[in-house]
Design a protein around this ligand. Structure first.
Ligand SMILES: Cc1cc2nc3c(=O)[nH]c(=O)nc-3n(C[C@H](O)[C@H](O)[C@H](O)COP(=O)(O)OP(=O)(O)OC[C@H]3O[C@@H](n4cnc5c(N)ncnc54)[C@H](O)[C@@H]3O)c2cc1C
Length: 438
């Protein structure tokens, strides 16, 4: 089928990339999916986002919204539709140093945010990768290197500018459209196109950063010790890790980040961790600026280079049986990549109804991924013994945002409220197509 695209409106002149444009090759796809949209629109300000949305809606074409292009579902591109790519809107501004208030345009990548804030002694905890965009991460959650110290990225969003499905532009904050702000903080993908966030940063220059590789016993006892230790540790310690089967044993590669550390505090935080495995295989520790963790070296074009199927689940606490089941999955026949994010601390400071991310009693997130030639079937088969153990899930690490995933990510009352908010701000369901097309 040939799609004929009509004339370009003046506001979008030079901002529409069609398949015969030399820029198309680097814009058509996302990090995880290779796609062939009819057009990629590159608005550089809010007015152009409004024009881009009108252009797509008038033609009845499917719409993808893209900021950094790292969404695991790959739905920030499509085949035959329009991509509204806001990555050109990326100039980070310090609004108020005393209040540590920062304007983060949705198209900024977290490496750019960290670089812009470092000279001011400020940081925003985002995720572990500098190429991820503000728009996708800060409308979903933001579980980053400082999550136990700072909480999620969304916990510090004070205001958002949103282009709604009808083309209206709204500033949502505590006084004006608070329900829209609530939805943006965790369920923003179905509410509209966020053009910018106002986020309260953390005063922070250096962090302590340790990488520890340990052997873990197959029955999960060592893994449980890690979880128990971290749950009781001061919130300045955040740990993430991955499990890698290694012969008949399993290796845990953990990264520990200590907020605002000096050498003594880094040593005090890391030394107990070395005793928690069945044996230390490697270790290193150093002080570094926070911006080194979400480095500009991560920045790259997204050309579908990392096909992957990912899912995740949240545990309120890791029992011995949970730990044993996680170890079994990591070492099981399909050997999915199993990653762990230890939560708690500031991630659980807010009440469950404060944002659309409701999982405020949870201590551990378990993420599973399969890579080609393995796919969804192998991931589901591996994940089955774990699935019933979870109580909730996180949108950021879900490749298949279908109804079942919605119910895990936005359970009960939260889900009802998200649906109401989406209906109110997007009655035609323009942006919720993301969930339906699964
Ligand atoms: C390598 C990698 C590492 C990651 N690490 C972390 C991590 O440490 N912590 C964490 O929390 N998450 C992490 N994630 C998940 C990441 O937060 C989500 O995939 C996020 O959606 C990516 O944002 P993006 O802007 O780059 O994605 P995009 O692909 O641009 O967008 C993804 C989806 O978000 C929505 N969206 C995008 N922009 C907007 C906007 N401006 N307004 C409204 N909706 C929008 C759209 O529905 C879109 O389909 C990681 C992902 C990858 C691939």
């Amino acid at each position: 089928m040939t799609i004929t695209l009509p004339p370009v409106p003046p506001a979008l002149r030079g901002k529409i990339v069609l398949p015969d444009d030399h820029r198309y090759r680097l814009l058509r796809s996302t990090y995880t999916v290779t796609a062939r949209p009819a057009a990629v629109l590159l608005p550089e300000n809010t007015e152009q986002v409004v024009a881009a949305l009108a252009y797509a809606r008038e033609r009845g074409l499917p719409i993808s919204v893209r900021s950094g292009g790292h969404g695991l579902s790959g739905r920030s591109s499509n085949n035959g539709g329009v991509v509204i790519d806001v990555s050109g809107m990326n100039r980070v501004e310090l609004i108020d140093r005393k209040e540590r208030l920062v304007r983060v345009p949705a198209g900024a990548r977290w490496a750019q945010v960290a670089q812009a804030l470092a000279p001011h002694g400020l940081a925003i905890s985002s995720g572990d990768h500098g190429n991820v965009g503000a728009g996708g991460l800060a409308t979903g959650g933001g579980i980053g290197w400082l999550v136990r110290q700072y909480g999620l990225t969304i916990d510090h969003i004070r205001a958002a500018e949103v282009v709604l499905a009808d083309g209206g532009v709204v500033r949502a904050d505590a006084e004006n459209e608070p329900e829209l702000l609530w939805a943006v903080r965790g369920a923003g993908s179905g509410a509209g196109i966020v053009t910018a966030f106002e986020i309260e940063a953390l005063a922070l220059r250096k962090v302590g950063y340790a990488q520890i590789v340990v052997e873990l016993d197959r029955d999960g006892r060592a893994l449980r010790r890690w979880a128990e230790h971290i749950a009781a540790a001061p919130r300045e310690l955040t740990v993430a890790g991955m499990l890698m089967p290694h012969g008949r044993s399993t290796v845990g590669a953990f990264t520990a980040v200590v907020a605002g550390a000096n050498e003594r505090r880094l040593r005090e935080a890391v030394e107990p961790l070395l005793k928690l495995g069945s044996g230390v295989l490697d270790q290193s520790a150093q002080l570094a600026p926070y911006s080194a963790l979400v480095s500009p070296a991560h920045l790259h074009a997204n050309v579908g280079q990392q096909p992957v199927t990912t899912t995740n689940g949240l545990l309120t606490a890791m029992t011995g049986d949970d730990a044993a089941a996680i170890m079994d999955v990591a070492a099981g026949p399909h050997r999915p990549l199993v990653q762990l994010r230890f939560l708690g601390g500031a991630a659980n400071d807010l009440p469950a109804d404060a944002t659309a991310y409701a999982h405020r009693r949870h201590e551990v997130m378990v993420i599973g991924s399969t890579f080609p030639p393995q796919g969804a079937a192998e991931l589901d088969a591996s994940w089955r013994p774990l699935a019933d153990r979870f109580d909730g899930a996180y949108i950021g690490f879900e490749s298949r945002p279908d109804e079942a995933a919605f119910n895990r990510i936005y359970p009960g009352e939260t889900g009802d409220r998200v649906r109401r908010a989406w209906r109110r701000y997007d009655p035609d369901g323009v942006f919720q197509a993301l969930w339906r097309s699964a």
